[in-house]
Design a protein around this ligand. Sequence first.
Ligand code: S3P
Length: 446
Amino acid sequence: MSGHGTPIPMTSHKCGPLTGVADVPGDKSISHRSLILGAMAVGETKVTGLLEGEDVLDTAKAMRAFGAEVTQHEDGSWSVHGVGVGGFAEPDQVIDCGNSGTGVRLIMGAMATCPITATFTGDASLNSRPMGRVTDPIAEFGAQSYGREGGRLPLTIVGARNPVPVTYTVPMPSAQVKSAVLLAGLNAPGKTVVIEKEATRDHTERMLAGFGAEVSVEETEDGRVITLTGQPELKPQTIIVPRDPSSAAFPVCAALIVPGSDVLVPNIGLNPTRAGLYYTLQEMGADLTFENMREEGGEPVADLRAKYSPDMVGITVPAERAASMIDEYPILSVVSAFAKGRCHFEGVKELRVKESDRIAAMADGLRANGVEVEDTEDTMTVIGTGSVQGGATCVSHLDHRIAMSFMCLGMAADAPVSVDDGGPIATSFPIFEPLMASLGARVERT
Ligand code: S3P
């Protein structure tokens, strides 16, 4: 089963020290938002450092289908000529968001308050993920949706003709849902209020303010309260996309578990809503340093230096930290196998509705490679012994982070580790194989 054509089986072999500089691609979350907000501004937004992975390219295609002009220039930069808030045209084809939950959920929010109809679909992974979490709040604005059971894709949305503003408490920790509601609120008159009990990545709020929307954030006893004034004229921006801390996690974690490694990963955004993994690794005893700490575009940025860390220990990662490292649990579970003792992750049930059920996918693959893992609906525990036998083929379930995590496992396990399909890696980290090879990894297509 693959949404990306023929499966690409891959095998990763034990390697010598990983050394050198790892220039990881642009941030996926910020790349999607640059294109979508650019399409909702009036005039030309310029973007450099955009992640040119399949997920973001699907969002670029979708923005064209809604009437924006999106151009990739020879120098690697992108421009978006937006149609203005409420200016989306009705697409004449089904919008295929491929593997991307962020793409489809944000775009559904953005079109929900426009007087148009659009039908969305995706690959087998995306079509199995819950969309009720977005169709419920957009119904409050006046949008109607017709999907499969559980609100699953393919799904048609009839945008609200006369949208009303909404006050919505997001029932699960989800930046995608928060963002969908805020983007819908852009074309509703008056104030849309979103309340989140736990802070999730805040790129949408920051970027909305950057594009000139009136948006305020208040920390209250009930959580973060975000208030947006609808129907602004968004001003086009020049955006430099920072490098993705979620992609940086792979070379960093590989360096921690491969003997003798010393890898520098420059220019990584350490926005506190994204940086939970790195503080967790330090707590485990990883030799991980933040060099050249600075502010860029209002965000903390550092160069990460990761060295082989044979003395890491298992810890409990509390539920409150989950949102700030939600995409990093698969690779953390690999690192945990090389630490000594129990690494226990609490409050992680959202992992079950990502590109795959990431608790099940990691538990199955780790066990097949000789690692002891315990899991419940909402927790995962890896019992680390400092070494991993390896030798098994894991199923990636159309999930880029599962595939990359097992390739990193193979770099340090005693026997090679394989995945049935590494194709999904192209959704977020298209240069994963050459970049890891340049550091000394031995990952091959088999
Ligand atoms: C994202 C939010 C998170 C994350 C995803 C990107 C975003 O999803 O897992 O990779 O860009 O808003 P949830 O909102 O489902 O937690």
